[in-house]
Ligand binder design. Sequence first.
Ligand code: MG
Length: 386
Amino acid sequence: MTFVAVIVAAGMGSRAGGAKQWRLLGGRPVARWSLEAMLAAGAADVVVVIPAGSEAQAARAFAGLDRWRTVPGGADRAASVRNGLAALAVTGETPVLVHDAARPLLKPAHVRRLLDALPGWDGAILALPAADTLKRVEGERIAATASRDSLWRAQTPQAFPLNRLRAAYARLPSDASATDEASVVEADGGTVRVVGGDPRLMKLTFPEDFAMAEALIPRQMRIGQGFDAHRWGDGEAVWLCGVRIDHNQTLVGHSDADAGLHALTDALLGALGEGDIGDHFPPSDPQWKGAASDRFVGHAVELLRARGGAVINADVTLICEQPRIKPHRPAMRARLAELLGVSLDAVSVKATTTEGMGFTGRQEGLAAQAVVSISLPSRASSESRG
Ligand code: MG
């Protein structure tokens, strides 16, 4: 079914600490979550109402998405929605969904539920029956206990035939304020139904709500593994897992040849599906000559954080006959924990010889293996798998 949408992202969110629509949630701007979900549900056209002057910010926040436009908001919510409705190119009974960007955890299933419920009604909204006992409070004193029977908490999106909602807004007195669209249509004599909402469609109102929303984002765990080897050559020290060790040889490479950090970088890139260390730091590029390899790990960690991810743990194995690793293990773990932003117990450094066999046994070179696990937000537009 063809439908269009208006996403209201014009409020500055003073109670939530300002401009919450652009704040990152799970690595993505808050307003982008709703836009992605509307597009994934098949919206033909989405108008996002934003604060006047924040067009460039919106363009960055919505980069790579299509079928969206922005219009500046008005003095209050009703004025903002009016602007959004006016900007929609369609007419007639096409369903329009109006949604608050402050409810980012929207899923295509919510949209389908509303579209299925709308025919025959002037509107359909997502709502939850009030579960808590409701108190009327004056100051700190309870003045009355209200019956919660038949009381529901309205959420968004709210769906209406476009011509019906436009007509209701046209007849809304210009000085009247409205906190949702259903109340505008009700005031205009329309019949609006409720369909089951979702507690995860919580509204980001107070600063602490962001932590709760982060916890509600479906996340996936991923594993990555990496392997690296470098040849021994003349030198007096070697870098391993970000620690300089005095030794009668060094590892030869374009950078500092820290095989432990190279394997770890590849493990991180592998978990992200972002290629390998050679793609990001080509050996042909002179700027990486002699580079400290903690920059490579730092780059992979930045890619991870940009996607709202975090390292869970890392396990590195160094394969060599010499030098002895054990005395340096605490320093290596501490450095890796620092680079990855995790606690010490989430990092392991192990060492083994190959009992004289193979290239490491013949002391031609040193090899390193790494395994990492990461947690990454699932895409808002993909359906929950559980
Ligand atoms: Mg290497």
